[in-house]
Design a binder for this molecule. Structure first.
Ligand code: SAM
Ligand code: SF4
Length: 471
């Protein structure tokens, strides 16, 4: 295992995970007998939730006795974790899966499995079954715990399996092998009930379900004891988190912050209709919560927000931002925006630009609308031509960068608490870290500081990153 990785095995497992662990042991007896030990390779597409799921897949692969490789051609087990949020992500995954055909040709014993949002759509799973005969199995987002038995079936030469679960549950107890030593994703809930008209997520990740406070606290405690300094609570809409006794996200965060240890806490994503005063209050009062709020607006036009089924309007969104800035004046605010949603007029688009200027976002993640089969918006008659959407996107990006650069300026000259993440990829002499600014912070320092909180004076603003010096 590399120095940056670690596996955490939860102390409790649900009955179906216990059953999965049986299959883990059966595969292990095969991998233990092999010399050299077989290797696994995981390719991940998409969002943080997929990254977190891949860490659970990696935990299972390790438990099954596979060693990690970064080279697909060396792997005996290849798992692809796909995304379906935009067409581009699906095309990319299919093209990568296509390349693995050669791996299978050169090593016929290699097992290839595909999971994630793309294959949670029956039509896509069917396509893989028909057109990619070298794929041994697919598994949907609710079936991660079933992977060991799928692997076992494949290495025993059984039938190809294309698994679509009929119910989405929470599977507690899957081992997790995390990529980073000091930062961790911590899923607190799964699925989504919001049905925004453009979005595939509720169809491929199932109904919203929250983990228990106890399970989350146990995981957070184990992480902190293991040296984690930065925990991000994950969910499609963490604001609607509900524990078994009605605990909300604010209470959950207060309880995590009360755990002993030097760490910082983040959360994503929030839905503006549910961003509660209690959550804002928690951010204002808890020192450990990073002062960063990701609050996707998607569009600044009330007409479009309605067609998106977002259940808030521009005024309600701006009221939440005002409330947030009143309580946490220095807060960094980021957003997601969709450009070229069906029926978006020039005027609607300008409403989005004006909201960006008004809110003055630290960063905006922008996406050209991508029709997703099965979602209501895909059959809206007034789809926007790609050239129009692309032209708007260019204007939005230019404004986003200008606003972001201006926002970064507020940090110049200030001394910030920063978690040292690693050596900068661009310059081996520099370290990179993060704190309240959403942009990475680069500073000169000794790599022994990695994983530690340091004080950094901000000396420069390069829009996409900040420069600073150790104090
Ligand atoms: N649950 C999160 C939320 O509501 O903010 C977001 C989840 S989604 C994986 C991340 C972002 O992808 C969304 O906020 C939206 O901006 C974008 N997105 C979702 N569906 C899209 C589509 N069909 N076309 C383009 N962008 C899309
Ligand atoms: Fe998709 Fe809307 Fe759910 Fe976010 S809240 S995952 S955009 S349906």
């Amino acid at each position: 295992m590399s120095e940056t990785e670690r596996t955490i095995v939860p102390s409790y497992a649900d009955p179906e995970v216990e059953a999965a662990l049986e299959a883990v042991r059966a595969v292990r007896s095969v991998t233990d007998a092999a010399d050299p030990r077989p290797r696994y390779f995981i390719r991940t597409f998409g969002c943080q939730q997929n990254e977190a799921d891949s860490e659970r897949l990696a935990g299972l692969c390790s438990a099954m006795g596979y060693e990690k490789t970064d080279v697909p051609g060396e792997a005996d087990l290849i798992l692809v974790n796909t995304c379906a949020v935009r067409e581009h992500a699906e095309k990319k995954a299919l093209s990568v899966i296509g390349q693995y055909k050669h791996v299978k040709e050169e090593k016929p014993s290699a097992v290839i499995g595909v999971g994630g949002c793309m294959v949670s759509q029956p039509a896509r799973a069917e396509k893989l079954k028909k057109s990619y005969p070298y794929v041994s199995f697919t598994f949907d987002t609710g079936a991660i715990a079933a992977v060991p038995s799928l692997v076992l079936g494949a290495i025993r030469g059984g039938k190809r399996t294309f698994l679509l679960s009929d119910e989405w549950k929470i599977a507690e107890g899957v081992p997790i092998r995390r990529e980073s030593r000091h930062m961790a994703w911590l899923s607190i809930m799964y699925g989504c009930d919001n049905y925004c008209s453009y979005c595939i997520v509720p169809y491929v990740r199932g109904r919203e379900r929250s983990r228990s406070v106890e399970a989350i606290l146990d995981e957070a405690k184990a992480l902190i004891e293991d040296g984690t300094r930065d925990i991000t609570l994950l969910g499609q809409n963490v604001n609607s988190y509900r524990g078994r006794n009605g605990e909300d996200i604010a209470e959950l965060m207060h309880r995590i912050c009360a755990l002993p240890g030097d760490f910082q806490l983040r959360f994503m994503t929030s839905h503006p209709k549910d961003a509660s005063d209690r959550l804002i209050e928690a951010m204002a009062t808890e020192e450990k919560i990073v002062k960063h709020f990701h609050l996707p607006i998607q569009s600044g036009s009330d007409r479009i927000l309605k067609r998106m089924n977002r259940k808030y309007d521009r005024a309600a969104y701006l009221e939440r931002i005002d409330r947030l800035r009143e309580a946490v004046p220095d807060v960094s605010v980021t957003s997601d925006v969709i450009v070229g949603f069906p029926g978006e007029t020039e005027e609607d688009f300008e409403d989005t630009l004006s909201v960006m200027e008004k809110v003055s976002y630290d960063m905006v993640f922008s996406f050209i609308y991508s029709p997703r089969a099965g979602t209501p918006a895909a059959s809206f008659p007034d789809q926007i031509p790609h050239e129009v959407a692309a032209g708007r996107m260019e204007r939005l990006l230019a404004l986003g960068d200008a606003v972001s650069k201006e926002r970064n300026d507020r940090f110049l000259g200030r001394v910030l608490r920063v978690l040292t993440e690693g050596v900068s990829k661009q310059d081996g002499e520099m370290l990179t870290g993060r704190g309240a600014p959403v942009r990475p912070i680069h500073f000169r320092g000794n790599p022994s500081l990695i994983g530690q909180f340091v004080q950094v004076r901000i000396t420069g603003n390069d829009t996409f990153c900040l420069r600073g010096e150790l104090v």
